[in-house]
Design a protein around this ligand. Structure first.
Ligand code: TXA
Ligand code: MG
Length: 322
């Protein structure tokens, strides 16, 4: 009973309460289509500092600024190059983040001292309503402790940060399930700095410029690209093909990309029909499900290399690193 009451106080759809807390300088967890974020007033350095503390996130890892629409993004950026503006107009609200020159009013704490800022317009009805009402944009990293898998429903946030934050807006399951795709315009190319919930093919279909995915080595100087980032503390063995997954021993589990014919204990899958969007939506929930003491080794089948497959595989490869 007590648990139920405290849960009801901590999470719900009370946008007025969320609004008041944010205006008052307190962080609030917000749903987006990608993953849940931990939001604070972008112009309030104390509130932003709390976000770093709650997540135990190093200060050199910059945050993404979330705006209600493209016009509001113009207040945060000094200049949005036309090729990125074109993408933003095509995909916002949606799982695209652009990195552009920042406006001097954005505190250095948000951008880790860089002269650029990452911006996106999230596609979730509750969060869009909130952003339209607020007199400022919010800076929001994913609402998980640093280094852990991102949350894709309100219970994930409650579980890990519930005792540290006042309120979680419950926007149900995230529909995309992977963090946004981060792009910048440089060298006359659209450079993808982080693969995510918008596929390379979708960006190519709209862009007049070549789209390149920056290799990990070129991202070494990107703040926040740490090697071990999606760890759930298991030994993950990645395989190219489902038939490389052996018969499971005690303490072992398997994650198939596509639903297998047989049903065996500790055997999970990412997609019913082998669809990369469906698999992306399920990935973090499945990784969390395996995070129990009785399982120590997990075989995971990699996704195909089309659609959201590369973004899924990038998360899996990072999760597999020790
Ligand atoms: O889908 C998402 O992007 C989610 C939701 C909540 O919007 N947010 C998210 O935030 O994934 P976070 O903090 O977990 O990852 C943001 C990453 C940083 O780690 C950093 O690599 C990159 O964005 N970033 C932020 N500002 C940047 C900048 N100015 N230049 C380059 N990269 C930047
Ligand atoms: Mg994150």
């Amino acid at each position: 009973m007590y648990l139920l009451c405290s849960m009801q106080l901590k999470m719900g759809k009370d946008l007025m309460l969320a609004y008041r807390l944010l205006v008052d300088g307190q962080p609030v967890a917000i749903p987006t289509e990608t993953v849940y974020g931990l939001a604070a007033n972008v112009y309030n350095e104390d509130a932003i500092a709390q976000v770093f503390d709650i997540k135990q996130r190093p200060k050199f890892d910059p945050l993404i600024v979330h705006c209600a629409n493209f016009e509001d993004a113009l207040d945060v950026a000094d200049n949005i190059p036309e090729p990125l503006a074109k993408l933003a107009k095509a995909f916002w609200p949606g799982p695209l983040t652009i990195v552009v020159e920042k406006n001097k009013n954005i505190p250095d704490l948000v951008t880790a001292g860089l002269n650029t800022v990452a911006i996106r317009v999230p596609n979730h009805p509750l969060t869009l309503d909130l952003l339209y009402g607020l007199p400022f944009p919010v800076a929001a990293p994913s609402a998980n402790p640093f280094s852990y898998v991102s949350p894709t429903n309100a219970f994930h946030v409650l579980d890990q940060l519930g005792d540290k934050i006042e309120y979680i807006i419950d926007g149900e399951e995230c529909t995309v399930g992977l963090e946004s795709t981060i792009c910048r315009f440089a060298n006359n190319e659209i450079e993808i700095m982080r693969l995510g919930g918008l596929s390379v093919e979708e960006i190519e279909a709209v862009s007049d410029f070549p789209v390149v995915v920056l290799a990990n080595k070129d991202r070494e100087n990107t703040p926040g690209s740490f090697k071990k980032h999606y760890s759930n503390n298991k030994e993950l063995v990645l395989v190219e093909n489902a038939n490389e997954i052996p018969v499971l021993n005690e303490g072992e589990a398997a994650v198939y990309f596509k639903k297998p014919d047989s049903k065996v204990e500790n055997q999970l899958f990412l997609s019913e029909n082998g669809d990369t969007k469906e698999a992306a939506k399920n990935l973090f929930r499945v990784l969390r499900e395996l995070d129990k003491d009785t399982i120590f080794k997990v075989y995971v089948e990699l996704a195909p290399t089309t659609g959201l497959g590369p973004a899924i595989n990038e998360r899996l490869k990072r999760a597999a690193e020790v």
